[in-house]
Design a binder for this molecule. Structure first.
Ligand SMILES: NC(=O)c1ccc[n+]([C@@H]2O[C@H](COP(=O)([O-])OP(=O)(O)OC[C@H]3O[C@@H](n4cnc5c(N)ncnc54)[C@H](O)[C@@H]3O)[C@@H](O)[C@H]2O)c1
Length: 451
């Protein structure tokens, strides 16, 4: 039986609300979404948003636009769409911009990468072509397979950061933006480890002035964003905001950051299947993953130093989900291999094969084969939208530092304050929804028998 209790003014009866909701500034005016990198993912993201706001296609794959959220106990029947529950920016209020060393605008990028068909592009081409790329901060030493042409003059890194900040302010005033967010959709940079220059804001700024070799272009964008009070999310596996200097700067400026590497194709499958095997206490001793893809991302990842960055990001997943330290009988020795092969005929339509060796009762072996014929950018585009909207929400809710509640979207989630990362998609989903409930002054949903 539900008992009616006095509620806050305006709240529906039978839905008690604890009076602890966050103060969240309203989403008034325009939100500028800036993407360093205007290739396959960024152009597919912009095309999908334009199509959704014209009613041509629903935003499939976007949690912020399509998912509902249960509130209160099962019997209360409160299940609003997330976009009505939390004050998100509306799709109509988004404006797009970014930087790219190759594409002049998103229409050109979309045609070059071949994700979308001409019939989709034709319908939106005028609006699409208006989303032009600014000249990039680019350095071929970090992406050897690309030869950038639309690049800022080579200058000390400090000046490059200032030039990006000027771009940000010019974009803000030209498009009359109330707020901005930045989502890195650029190529994966060569593998690197943090050095002394990344240990504090002070050392990083000294490094920018001294043109320190260890500072990658993506880090210059992140620095410029944070200094301009623009939240930054990293969709690629390179070292960008997962650095002490960036965490410090994000707290100093009161700006949220999140990363890294969009969780799409094969890793999405891995984080769906592995928690299920563990829930059933089935053993696992091998997981061989291989991919063929032929887009520009595949070409960049064909360079060993860039593949290494991706490999590290992809390999981290299984250990934390399966917890071999707790379950040595089941997961003590896992042979986990990940390969990516550049194969031009496939374009963006990647094929990911997984061979999974598992074992059950009395140790008898079994195998699972997965052949996922996916479309990389079709899976990644709604993630860009959700990250842009949720990062903007986080900023308006007064958040700064690492937004661990957005781990759901990443292959290699960035932990907050060195906590353990969580890779299990279902725990990540619970964390995301419970964070939204908490901010709105609702009880977390525990799925216990009582709740
Ligand atoms: N598509 C997916 O499913 C997926 C999943 C996870 C991560 N990612 C990552 O997202 C990123 C984008 O993927 P994509 O398929 O759009 O690749 P893409 O090659 O089509 O686009 C990347 C763009 O970044 C540009 N670029 C390179 N260096 C730059 C710089 N310094 N400044 C600005 N732009 C720069 C390139 O010119 C290119 O146009 C890649 O790093 C990829 O690894 C993609």
């Amino acid at each position: 039986m539900t008992v009616d209790v006095p509620t806050q003014e305006g709240a529906p009866s039978g839905s008690p609300k604890p009076a602890t909701a966050r103060r969240i500034a309203p989403a008034t005016g325009s939100l500028g979404v800036l993407t360093p990198g205007m290739g396959a993912v960024a152009s597919t993201f912009v095309a999908g948003v334009i199509a959704a706001r014209r009613g041509l296609s629903p935003p499939i794959g976007s949690i912020s636009q399509m998912a509902h959220i249960r509130l209160g106990t099962k019997t209360e029947n409160r299940n609003p769409p997330i976009r009505e529950f939390v004050p998100l920016a509306a799709l109509d209020d988004l404006v797009f911009g970014g930087w790219d060393p190759l594409s002049a605008n998103v229409l050109e990028a979309a045609r070059a990468c071949g994700v979308l068909e001409e019939r989709e592009l034709g319908a939106i081409s005028a609006e699409f072509e208006g989303v032009v790329a600014m000249d990039a901060v680019f350095d071929q030493r970090w992406v050897s397979r690309l030869d950038g042409v639309r690049v800022k003059p080579s200058a000390p890194k400090w000046d490059q950061a200032q030039a990006l900040m000027d771009d940000i302010e010019n974009f803000r005033s030209a498009h009359d933006c109330d707020r901005l967010v930045m989502v890195w959709c650029g190529s994966t940079e060569a593998f690197s480890e943090p050095t002394a220059v990344h240990q504090s804001v002070e050392s990083f700024e000294a490094g920018l002035r001294a043109d320190d070799e260890a500072i990658a272009p993506s880090q210059i964008y992140a620095y410029a964003a944070l200094q301009s009070d623009v939240p930054f999310a990293n969709g690629a596996p390179n070292l960008t905001v997962d650095l002490p200097c960036m965490e410090e700067l994000s707290r100093l400026r009161g700006v949220p950051v999140a990363g890294k590497d969009f969780k799409t194709g094969q890793t999405l499958m891995k984080t769906l299947i592995a928690p299920g095997l563990k829930a059933r206490m089935l053993g696992l001793n091998g997981w061989y993953s291989t991919n063929i893809l032929g887009n520009r991302d595949g070409e960049v990842l064909d360079a060993p130093e860039n593949f290494k960055t991706k490999e590290v990001s992809k390999l981290g997943v299984l250990g934390t989900i399966l917890q071999p330290e707790l379950y040595p009988d089941l997961y003590d020795e896992i042979h986990h291999v990940v390969r990516i092969n550049y194969y031009p005929p496939r374009g963006d339509n990647k094929e990911g094969w997984d061979n999974i060796d598992i074992f059950g009762w009395l140790g008898y072996p079994m195998q699972i084969k997965v052949d996922f014929l996916c479309r990389d950018s079709i899976l990644a585009a709604p993630i860009v939208l959700d990250l842009a909207l949720f990062m903007d929400l986080a900023a308006r809710a007064g958040e700064s530092g690492v937004q661990e509640w957005l781990s759901f979207y990443f292959k290699a989630p960035q932990p907050s304050r060195h906590a353990e990362v969580e890779h299990d998609l279902f725990i990540q989903q619970t964390k995301l929804k419970n964070t939204l409930r908490e901010w709105m002054g609702e009880e977390p949903v525990t799925h216990s028998e009582a709740g």
